[in-house]
Design a protein around this ligand. Structure first.
Ligand SMILES: [Zn+2]
Length: 174
């Protein structure tokens, strides 16, 4: 089932999400709905809060490259109660967008790699290091779990410049 998105301007997006206590059948179905909703909106990542549920669940669809450097989408990856650690000191600036802030893209600086521990949909432990764009996707979605949006990570001057565009999005989608 495709779920309705929560858009920028809705105060719900500023909440801190709580951990999933038990991966019930309802939670599993919700996870599948999140993937369906992400794909239906042509997104590459989605956090539960973006469909109005204040739980620490996120999904990403990794953007990969084939031998000819052609981008393609990998298998959806689900992370329940993710904990990020060990961010690389080295950072990278790259473009980001967000399904909650439609048709808006800006360059964001983030560490080039990160370690993540989480549970998968069957409650199995995930522990891995992510690099490059995949690390970026995960950090972007993980920010949502703490009520943080990618625009909060822009330099103050830039944040000021985009204010009119953000106001427009706010009035258009709420
Ligand atoms: Zn987002």
């Amino acid at each position: 089932m495709i779920l309705p998105l929560v858009y920028y301007g809705n105060p719900k997006l500023r909440n801190r999400c709580t951990e999933v206590q038990e991966i019930t059948e309802d939670i599993k179905q919700f996870c599948y709905d999140m993937i369906e909703t992400m794909d239906a909106n042509k997104g590459v990542g989605l956090a539960a809060i973006q469909v109005g549920k204040l739980l620490r669940i996120l999904v990403i669809r990794p953007v990969l490259e084939d031998e000819d450097k052609e981008a393609y989408l990998g298998k959806a990856e689900l992370y329940i109660n993710p904990k990020l650690s060990n961010p690389a000191e080295q950072t990278q600036i790259g473009p980001e967008g967000c399904l909650s802030i439609p048709s808006f893209h800006e360059d964001v600086e983030r560490p080039i790699s990160i370690h993540v521990e989480a549970l998968d949909i069957n409650g199995n432990k995930i522990s891995k290091d992510l690099q490059g764009y995949k690390a970026r996707e995960l950090m972007h979605e993980n920010d949502h779990l703490n009520g943080v949006l990618f625009i909060d990570r822009l330099p103050a001057q830039k944040r000021k410049e985009i204010e009119p565009a953000l106001r427009e999005i706010k009035s258009k989608y709420n």
